[in-house]
Ligand binder design. Structure first.
Ligand SMILES: *[C@@H]1O[C@H](CO)[C@@H](O)[C@H](O)[C@H]1NC(C)=O
Ligand SMILES: *[C@@H]1O[C@H](CO)[C@@H](O)[C@H](O)[C@H]1NC(C)=O
Ligand SMILES: *[C@@H]1O[C@H](CO)[C@@H](O)[C@H](O)[C@H]1NC(C)=O
Ligand SMILES: *[C@@H]1O[C@H](CO)[C@@H](O)[C@H](O)[C@H]1NC(C)=O
Ligand SMILES: *[C@@H]1O[C@H](CO)[C@@H](O)[C@H](O)[C@H]1NC(C)=O
Ligand SMILES: [Fe+2]
Length: 499
C-alpha cells in the first residue's frame, strides 16, 4: 500500500484537511497529496495478436466487435454496432425483454472504409429506439409488425430499466448478448458510472478492464474519455489493431453502454499515407446519438442518463469562439434542468487542470474559453484523460484574468467543478510519472498508476467517486471523495475528502 507524502506536516489527513480549511477560509490550503505508491513500472506491451482477448468468434462471418452505446437523448434507445468480416450479412438486431418470448427487430445499415492499404470488415450500426405503441407499426424499425396484436405492439416499446436480450448475425452464426436499459431520467435516480480513459490493448489494459468488471461497485455504463485502440502507434496506423481492440472490449461493451469521447489517438490524420480525413476509423466504427442533442457533429453531444446530464466535448475539433462546437455548447448549457438531471458532468480528452509534466498546459486554450461557463452553470465534475496517470483537483477556477490585472492564479471556488484526470487505462505508451514540483495548490491528489474510476450517484445531493488502482484488490479505493452537488448544495464545501 502506498504512503502518502503531503506538505502540511505529519497529522492525519482528515484533521489536516479540516485544519487547513478552517485556517485558510476560502483560500486554498497547500495540502495536495502526491502519492508515493511504488508500483512496478515496466512498460507493458500490447497483447499479442493470438491472445485470448482477441479471439475471433467461431462460425462463418460471425459478428465480432459487438458494442453498444446510448442511442438517444434520454436513454430509451441503444445503438448496437458490430463487424462482420466476410460479407455484409444481416443489418438486423433481434431483441426481446427478458420476460417476453416475442422478438422485435430493428434494422440498421453497414459501411466499410479503406485506410491506406487496409480494408475494414462490414461495420454495422443499428439503433433500437423506444417507440410509442400508437406509432410503432408505422416506424421503419418495426416494419414487420404492421398487422399485429396490441400485446405484440407493446413489445416494440423498449422499456426503461429492463433487461433485454439481443441477437446479431444470421443463419447458424448468430450471437446473443444482453443489456439493461437506463432508468427513467429523474433528479434522485441512483446510477453508477465507470470511468476509463486511454485504454489501449496492453496487458495493463486487460487488467484495468478486469478490475472494472470485478469491482463490487458494479458500474452500469462506462464514460470513456478518449484514446481507444492506439492503432495509430503502429506503422501505417495498422487498423487491424482497431479490430483487435473491438474484440477486446466486447466482453464488457456488448453488455453495457460505453459513452464515447474522441481523443488525439482517434485522429488518424496521416497525410503521408494519403489519409487526410481526421477521425476516419473512429467515426466509422463508433456511432453516438449526437443529433438527439441538436449537435451537428459526433464529436460533441450530450445525453441524459438517470440523474446525470453528460456533455461530451472534443479537444481536437475547433472549439474557439463562433465555432460550431462553441455555439452548440452556448445553447446547450442553459438547457440543462437540474430539477430533472441534478448532476452536470463534462467529458473531454485533454484535461484543463493537470500538474504532470506530460501534456502540461495543453488544455489551456480550452480552459480560457470554457472554464467560466463551467463555473456559471455549476458543472459538478469534469473528467478527462490524455495524461496517463490519475489526478483530482480541488474546486478551483481561474477566470478573473483580463490580460492586464495579473489575476492569473487558480482560486478556491465552490461553484467550480472538480477536475479528474483518468487517462490511466494502461496503453502501450506507459505512464507519465514526472510531475511539476511543488505540487500546485489546485491539485488535490495525484498518482501515476494504472486504474479506473467509479462515479456512484446516490441522489440529487450526493455522489461518491472512487479511484481504483490496478495493483489493489477489486474493492479498494486508492483515492475517493464525496461530491456534493453544486446546484443542490451550493453553500456546502465540496469536494470533501472521504477518509
Ligand atoms: C485478460 O483478462 C481476462 C480476464 O481476467 C483473462 O481471462 C485473460 O486470460 C487475459 N488475457 C490476457 C492476454 O492477458
Ligand atoms: C500494406 O503495406 C504494408 C507495407 O508495404 C505491408 O507490409 C502489408 O502487408 C500491406 N497490407 C495489405 C493488406 O496489403
Ligand atoms: C452452417 O450453415 C452452413 C450453410 O447453411 C452449413 O454448411 C454448415 O454446416 C453450418 N455449420 C454448422 C456448425 O452448423
Ligand atoms: C425547479 O424547481 C424549482 C422549485 O420547484 C422551481 O422554482 C424552478 O422553476 C424549477 N426550474 C425549472 C427549470 O424547472
Ligand atoms: C442522499 O445520499 C446521501 C448519501 O448516501 C445520504 O446521506 C442522504 O441522506 C441522501 N439524501 C436523501 C434526501 O435521501
Ligand atoms: Fe491522448
Amino acid at each position: 500500500m502506498g504512503v502518502a507524502r503531503r506538505d502540511c506536516g505529519g497529522l492525519g489527513l482528515g484533521l489536516l484537511v479540516v485544519g487547513c480549511l478552517i485556517l485558510t477560509g476560502l483560500e486554498l490550503c497547500n495540502c495536495g497529496m502526491t502519492s508515493s505508491y511504488v508500483r512496478n513500472d515496466d512498460l507493458s506491451l500490447d497483447m499479442p495478436l493470438d491472445s485470448d482477448v482477441f479471439r475471433v468468434p467461431p462460425g462463418y462471418n460471425a459478428p465480432q466487435q459487438v458494442h453498444i452505446t446510448q442511442g438517444d437523448y434520454v436513454g430509451k434507445g441503444v445503438i448496437v454496432s458490430w463487424v462482420t468480416p466476410d460479407e455484409p450479412g444481416s443489418n438486423t438486431v433481434l431483441y426481446w425483454a427478458e420476460s417476453s418470448q416475442l422478438k422485435s427487430r430493428a434494422d440498421g445499415f453497414f459501411r466499410a472504409y479503406k485506410y491506406f492499404n487496409y480494408t475494414s470488415g462490414y461495420i454495422h450500426h443499428c439503433t433500437i429506439k423506444n417507440l410509442e405503441a400508437s406509432t410503432c407499426p408505422y416506424s421503419p424499425y418495426c416494419s414487420s409488425f404492421l398487422l399485429v396484436h396490441l400485446s405484440e405492439l407493446m413489445s416494440c416499446l423498449l422499456q426503461f430499466d429492463t433487461k433485454y436480450y439481443y441477437e446479431v448475425g444470421i443463419g447458424n452464426t448468430t450471437r446473443q448478448f444482453w443489456f439493461i436499459t437506463a432508468p427513467k431520467v429523474g433528479p434522485d435516480v441512483s446510477y453508477t458510472f465507470g470511468l476509463i480513459g486511454d485504454l489501449g490493448q496492453t496487458h495493463d489494459s486487460n487488467t484495468t478492464l478486469t478490475h472494472y468488471e470485478l469491482n463490487p461497485a458494479k458500474g452500469q455504463a462506462v464514460l470513456f474519455v478518449g484514446d481507444l485502440s492506439y492503432a495509430d502507434d503502429y506503422p501505417l496506423h495498422d487498423n487491424n489493431r482497431w479490430d483487435t481492440w473491438g474484440r477486446f472490449i466486447e466482453r464488457n461493451a456488448a453488455y453495457q453502454p460505453w459513452i464515447w469521447t474522441a481523443g488525439n489517438h482517434e485522429l488518424d490524420y496521416a497525410p503521408e499515407l494519403g489519409e487526410t480525413r481526421p477521425f476516419k476509423p473512429y467515426t466509422n466504427r463508433f456511432h453516438v446519438p449526437y443529433k438527439a442533442s441538436d449537435s451537428t457533429s459526433p464529436f460533441w453531444y450530450s445525453i441524459k442518463r438517470a440523474s446525470a446530464y453528460i456533455i461530451v466535448m472534443s479537444s481536437y475539433t475547433a472549439f474557439g469562439k463562433y465555432t460550431p462546437q462553441y455555439k452548440w455548447l452556448q445553447k446547450e448549457l442553459p438547457k440543462v434542468n437540474r430539477n430533472e438531471t441534478s448532476w452536470l458532468i463534462v467529458l473531454m480528452h485533454c484535461p484543463l487542470y493537470n500538474s504532470y509534466v506530460g501534456h502540461y498546459m495543453e488544455g489551456e486554450t480550452m480552459r480560457v474559453i470554457y472554464e467560466k461557463w463551467f463555473v456559471e452553470y455549476k458543472v459538478d465534475v469534469v473528467f478527462a484523460g490524455h495524461v496517463h496517470a490519475y489526478e483530482r483537483s480541488e474546486r478551483v477556477s481561474n477566470i478573473a484574468y483580463n490580460v492586464v490585472n495579473g489575476l492569473c492564479t487558480p482560486m478556491s471556488d465552490q461553484s467550480a467543478p472538480v477536475y479528474i484526470t483518468i487517462g490511466d487505462g494502461g496503453n502501450l505508451e506507459g505512464l507519465v510519472t514526472e510531475m511539476t514540483q511543488p505540487q500546485p495548490s489546485y491539485s488535490a491528489y495525484r498518482e501515476a498508476s494504472f486504474g479506473h474510476g467509479i462515479l456512484d450517484i446516490k441522489n440529487r445531493t450526493h455522489a461518491y467517486f472512487g479511484w481504483h488502482r490496478n495493483q489493489d484488490g477489486y474493492a479498494v479505493e486508492a483515492d475517493s471523495i464525496w461530491l456534493l452537488n453544486r446546484y443542490w448544495n451550493p453553500s456546502q464545501r465540496s469536494s470533501v475528502a472521504a477518509l
